[in-house]
Design a protein around this ligand. Structure first.
Ligand SMILES: Cc1ncc(COP(=O)(O)O)c(C=O)c1O
Ligand SMILES: [Zn+2]
Length: 414
């Protein structure tokens, strides 16, 4: 059963019936088809008490607010990840209410499983055989796993320097892999290649970008429902989100709006977008108030955070709306700060994150130092991908630190 009322293009406002199962706006304007639910009907079933009595711990626990019926779900155990109270790092930063949402603990070790679980369920409902994805690696690895389990063929388009762990996952899950090098300034070669196969071979597009598939965007919003359940509905003052295309942030904003529509929360926490200094088109736009049409893609994105290198923020419109409407902020962080966050998460809290997954912590530390986030505030930092995806990066910096003689031993944390 689905409670979707309609889908509406974020660019031109064209409305689609749910049974049309639209994927992209027919006007080809790169609008995202926002999924609108019948909140009156949802509210009859979805409240704090009914949630409290549900047994399933995966994202399908929140079935009324997902755009596909759970009968099509390809379950691998997506969602239901721990909210870790940061005691040691909290003490170091002078914060008593700091939490990490550990989404490295998803089936393929990144938050993308939330998105791809929903996207793949829709593909199963529509009886698709071939699905296509453009991704820096995590979303592709995730779709490949769900495709393997559902018996679909996954066609993955990834950057030529995609992390080895992500490629290994793709290989083992049986995806067909095409590595794409950036040729033109500001271009995302993986997206161009994926769109070509969608047009030429009729593959079902399932990237983690709203304009090319409206259903998967609904998956990451389950992070918000979990955050509220896990804090006993007390909520938070700020949520820090590592950001590339803006799809995750769009999901966080949608989840908050869903809960407000259902009268389950009153105020919004501030949403903070964190991008690497070498790819910060969205953060610049947030800081300057630039509208999406005027955003210039980063010409040649560069950072240790390979998952955050989309030159263009495909979901930038909704991401900017989320940041603005919650009085949030956009912040860029250096590679050095991102790598320090990788070390701190591991050495103080036992969480092993890839650089993209740890960037939220670097953003928090920068905003604490600037006084833009108070040390007494209740804060959740999203940790979005596992360090096992690219251990070579971490090994490199560790070797440099120890063998290079800058610092010996690591017994008391970084
Ligand atoms: C580990 C990790 N964190 C964060 C992101 C950013 O998500 P989005 O592109 O939805 O902004 C990605 C995207 O690939 C990622 O792999
Ligand atoms: Zn449109």
């Amino acid at each position: 059963m689905s409670f979707v009322e309609r889908l509406v293009c974020s660019k031109c406002g064209t409305s689609y019936e749910p049974n049309e199962n639209p994927v992209m706006c027919t006007k080809k304007d790169l609008g995202r088809l926002d999924v609108i639910y019948n909140y009156d009907e949802v509210s009859e079933r979805f409240d704090r008490r009914s949630l409290g009595s549900r047994e399933s711990r995966d994202i399908w626990r929140y079935g009324e607010l997902l755009p596909v019926s759970s009968e099509f779900a390809v379950r691998l155990g997506e969602g239901g990840t721990p909210l870790v109270k940061a005691r040691r790092l909290g003490a170091k930063l002078g914060m008593r209410n700091l939490h990490f949402k550990d989404d490295t603990r998803n089936p393929t070790a990144s938050f993308k499983d939330r998105a791809m679980a929903v996207g793949s369920a829709k593909a199963v409902e529509l009886k698709k055989r071939d699905v296509a994805i453009a991704s820096s690696g995590n979303a592709a690895a995730s779709l490949a796993a769900y495709s393997a389990r559902a018996g679909m063929r996954c066609h993955a388009f990834v950057p030529s320097d995609a992390a080895a762990g992500k490629i290994a996952q793709l290989l083992l899950y049986g995806a067909s892999i095409t590595k794409c090098a950036q040729v033109k300034k500001g271009e995302d070669a993986t997206v161009q290649a994926m769109l070509h196969t969608v047009e030429r071979f009729g593959y079902y597009p399932c990237p983690s970008f709203g304009p090319f598939n409206p259903y998967q965007v609904e998956g990451p919003k389950t992070i918000v429902y979990e955050l509220y359940e896990q804090t006993g509905w007390e909520g938070l003052d700020a949520i820090l989100v590592p950001t590339g295309s803006g799809c995750l942030l769009t999901g966080i904003w949608k989840g908050l709006r869903d809960l407000k529509e259902l009268d389950l929360i009153r105020a919004y926490p501030r949403i903070v977008a964190v991008q690497p200094a070498g790819n910060q088109a969205l953060v610049r736009a947030i800081q300057k108030g630039t509208p999406l049409e005027k955003i210039v893609p980063e010409p040649y994105p560069e950072s240790v955070a390979g998952g955050l290198l989309d030159p263009y923020p495909w979901d930038g419109d909704a991401a900017m709306e989320g940041v603005r409407s919650t009085n949030g902020a956009g912040v860029s962080v250096s590679d050095r700060d991102i790598l320090r966050s990788v070390r701190e998460l591991a050495a103080f809290e036992g969480i092993f994150a890839e650089p993209s997954g740890a960037a939220g912590l670097a953003g928090l530390e920068k905003l604490l130092a600037a006084g833009a986030i108070g040390r007494e505030e209740r804060v959740a930092v999203l940790v979005t991908g596992s360090g096992l995806k690219e251990p070579d990066r971490v090994m490199e910096m560790f070797v440099r630190r120890t063998v290079g003689g800058a610092k010996k031993g690591n017994r008391n944390g970084p």
